[in-house]
Design a protein around this ligand. Structure first.
Ligand code: NAP
Length: 281
């Protein structure tokens, strides 16, 4: 039995689906009871990831934890410590941590805190596997309305900066393999995508898929911040995202899909394949 945290989120759902396809039972950790209505899993635990007692309960009868922390969550290290403590108390056989590509980048707080988690996992003495996915292709879907309405793909960083982009379905399939097989203990797997693409190339791919021109446009970071604040985004999240965009602007985020291809035993999904699947009429 595998405990999947953040189970109602984007990543958690994909991992639960991939585990189900392998016939692997899972316990889904949800924040709110109504999320169970989605029938993500028959076995659920409901509550806050910062509840130490709930962690111990959630880990009973569990072989492995798939630890997904909420996105941009300032207390990721604290949550991870609770997971490790409960795993040790109950005797969970392995912790598999959903990290991020290049957690070493100190300029991006949400990457840097994942490095601290990885460090504590190494020191915990627990058998572990760490997966480090790059940005999901699914993130592009958030721009869909704007793209369809205006023909513009607007980002607050250099449109020529390059990024590794991966299909979340591939990440989830790789995670499910790592969770259900032995032989991955002690591994840290970078999960890059099939190519490192600029926003110009993403816009070109969108244009080909939609059959209309799509222009990649850079908006100034200060303008993005003003609009995010006006939209009610918490100031800490604005700061973390702005740090990420600043880093992207200078360096992009380059990865490599070889390890993912090895885990999938096939080529990782290309952006064109992803768009053909998701941008349907
Ligand atoms: N997006 C990417 O491109 C990418 C790439 C690599 C790695 N990652 C990492 O993947 C992880 C998951 O990201 P995601 O986008 O899948 O997250 P997400 O969709 O925001 O899902 C997070 C889930 O956690 C729940 N949650 C939030 N706070 C909680 C709490 N205190 N207690 C219990 N549950 C709580 C949320 O509940 P509600 O539904 O109630 O809000 C939500 O269901 C993050 O650590 C992120 O850094 C993301």
């Amino acid at each position: 039995m595998i405990l999947v945290t953040g189970a109602a989120g984007k990543t958690g759902r994909a991992v639960l689906q991939a585990l189900a396809r392998r016939g692997q039972p899972a316990r889904a950790w949800l924040r709110r009871a109504e999320q169970a209505e989605d029938r993500l899993s028959a076995d659920t635990v409901v509550g806050d990831l910062e509840d130490a007692r709930l962690w111990v309960e959630a880990c009973r009868g569990i072989d492995a934890i798939y630890l997904i922390c909420p996105n941009m969550y300032a207390r990721e290290l604290e949550v991870s410590r609770l997971a490790m403590r409960a795993a040790q108390e109950v005797g969970v056989k392995r912790i598999v941590y959903h990290s991020v590509l290049h957690p070493q980048t100190e300029e991006m707080p949400h990457h840097w805190q994942k490095l601290r988690v990885e460090e504590e996992i190494f020191r915990s003495g627990l058998p572990f596997t760490i997966v480090q996915p790059c940005a999901y292709m699914q993130n592009v879907l958030a721009y869909r309305d704007e793209i369809e309405a205006t023909g513009r793909y607007t980002v607050p960083y250099d449109v020529e900066a390059r990024f590794a982009l991966v299909d979340l379905v591939d990440v989830a399939q790789a995670a499910a393999r790592v969770l259900t097989e032995s032989g991955h203990e002690g591994a840290v797997y970078e999960l890059g995508g099939p190519a490192n693409l600029s926003s110009l190339e993403i816009a070109q791919g969108l244009a080909e898929r939609l059959g209309r021109p799509v222009e990649a446009v850079e908006t100034p970071l200060e303008a993005w911040k003003r609009s995010a604040r006006a939209g009610g985004m918490p100031s800490e999240t604005v700061g973390w995202l702005a740090a990420m965009f600043g880093y992207y602007d200078s360096y992009g985020l380059i990865g490599n899909g070889n390890v993912l291809g090895w885990l999938l035993e096939r080529a990782p999904t290309s952006l064109a394949q992803f768009m053909a699947r998701t941008f349907t009429d």
